[in-house]
Design a protein around this ligand. Structure first.
Ligand SMILES: Nc1ncnc2c1ncn2[C@@H]1O[C@H](COP(=O)(O)OP(=O)(O)OP(=O)(O)O)[C@@H](O)[C@H]1O
Length: 318
C-alpha cells in the first residue's frame, strides 16, 4: 500500500452527543491508491458523505485516523487543502454573481490555477459566463461546481454525486473530463448513485451500508461475489421439480419453483445451463422464456441492501 495517497483506518463519525447521538460511520478501513478512481456507493444514508467529509478534512473523525498525503486533512488542513479539489453535494454560491464572476472569485484563492476561461470550457459553460448563478439550471450549477473543483489542478479530486441532475449527454461529458484528469495522474474519489457511472469509471469501489463498508474491490471482484440466474417456465413436471433440479451442478441456492416459473442461482452459469439444457433435451421438454443472466453490479448492490439490513439497524456502538 506504499502508493496509497489516502488511508482510512478504523474511522467512526458520530453526530450529536449523548442520548441524541447518531453514529453515521461505524468503523471504516480503506485506502485509495495514487492515480486511481475510487468510488463510494451505498444506500441512502449509508454514510458516504459523512465519510467523504472526513477524508476531505471538512470534519474530524470521532475515532480512527485518516491520512491524505500522509497528513491529517483536518488538523493539517493548510498543508493538504491546496493539493485537493472538492465538489460538495451542494455548493451554495452567491446567486447574484455571474458564472464568470464566481469562477474569478474562486480563482483568486488558488495557487497555480487553470484560467477561468479554461475551467468553464472544460465543463461546457463557456457560453454561460455572463449568466447569473441564480439563472443557471440545476445541471449547469453542478457543472460550475465541477469547474471550480478542477480549477486548482488538484492531485486528489473529491466528487460527491457529481453528475446528479445532469442530462445523459452532460453526464457523459463529465465522465470524459474525469477520464482525462485520471490520464493526467489525478486521483479521484467519487460518490454516486449511478451504478453505470461506477462501472464506467471506477478502478476500485466500496459499497457502504449502515455506516460500514460491506463490499470492496474492483467491479469484477464485487460482481463475482454474486451468483448468476437462470429463469424459465415449463409444462414438464420433472423439469420444474425442485428436488430433481437441486441435483444440477454448481447451484448457489435451493431452486425456486412456483406458478410463475423456475429460478436457479448458480456459481457457474455455463455448467448449470449446459446440464439443464441436456436434461430438457433428454426429456423433450420445452424451456419457455429461458433467460440466463450473469451477475451484475446492480444485483450485488441490491443484495447488499437486502442482506445487511441488520447491520443498519444494529444499536450504535458505545
Ligand atoms: N448533521 C447531521 N446530524 C445528524 N445526523 C446526520 C447529519 N448529517 C447526516 N446525518 C445522518 O447520517 C447518516 C449518513 O448520512 P450521509 O449523508 O453521510 O449518507 P449518504 O450515504 O451520503 O446518503 P445519500 O446517499 O442519501 O446522500 C444519515 O442517516 C443522516 O441522516
Amino acid at each position: 500500500m506504499n502508493n496509497s495517497v489516502i488511508t482510512v483506518d478504523g474511522v467512526r463519525r458520530t453526530y450529536g452527543t449523548a442520548a441524541h447521538s447518531f453514529e453515521a460511520v461505524r468503523g471504516v478501513d480503506l485506502h485509495v491508491r495514487r492515480g486511481e478512481l475510487f468510488a463510494l456507493l451505498g444506500t441512502n444514508g449509508a454514510g458516504k458523505t459523512s465519510l467523504l467529509e472526513v477524508m476531505e478534512g471538512i470534519a474530524p473523525a470521532t475515532h480512527g485516523e485518516v491520512a491524505v498525503f500522509g497528513r491529517n486533512p483536518y488538523r493539517e488542513r493548510r498543508a493538504v487543502r491546496p493539493r485537493v479539489g472538492i465538489m460538495l453535494q451542494e455548493a451554495g454560491f452567491p446567486s447574484d454573481l455571474t458564472t464568470a464572476e464566481t469562477a474569478r472569485m474562486w480563482h483568486g484563492t488558488l495557487g497555480a490555477p487553470r484560467t477561468v476561461a479554461e475551467s468553464l470550457e472544460l465543463v461546457g459553460l463557456a457560453g454561460r459566463s455572463d449568466v447569473h448563478v441564480s439563472s443557471l439550471s440545476g445541471g449547469e450549477r453542478r457543472r460550475l461546481d465541477l469547474a471550480l473543483a478542477v480549477m486548482g489542478r488538484p492531485e486528489i479530486l473529491f466528487l460527491d454525486e457529481p453528475t446528479t441532475g445532469l442530462d445523459p449527454q452532460s453526464r457523459r461529458d463529465a465522465w470524459t473530463l474525469v477520464r482525462s484528469l485520471l490520464d493526467d495522474g489525478t486521483t479521484v474519489v467519487l460518490t454516486t448513485h449511478y451504478l453505470e457511472e461506477a462501472q464506467e469509471l471506477a478502478d476500485r469501489l466500496a459499497i457502504m451500508h449502515g455506516g460500514r463498508v460491506v463490499r470492496t474491490g474492483t467491479v469484477d471482484e464485487i460482481v463475482a461475489t454474486e451468483p448468476a440466474r437462470i429463469r424459465f417456465r415449463t409444462a414438464d413436471a420433472t423439469l420444474a421439480d425442485v428436488d430433481l433440479l437441486s441435483a444440477l451442478p454448481a447451484l448457489a441456492d435451493w431452486p425456486r419453483s412456483d406458478a410463475t416459473g423456475v429460478e436457479l442461482e448458480t456459481t457457474d452459469l455455463q455448467v448449470t445451463l449446459t446440464a439443464l439444457l441436456r436434461r430438457a433435451e433428454d426429456t423433450g421438454a420445452a424451456l419457455i422464456n429461458l433467460d440466463a443472466s450473469p451477475a451484475s453490479l446492480e444485483r450485488a448492490f441490491l443484495a447488499v441492501a437486502e442482506r445487511d439490513v441488520e447491520a443498519a439497524t444494529e444499536p450504535v456502538a458505545a
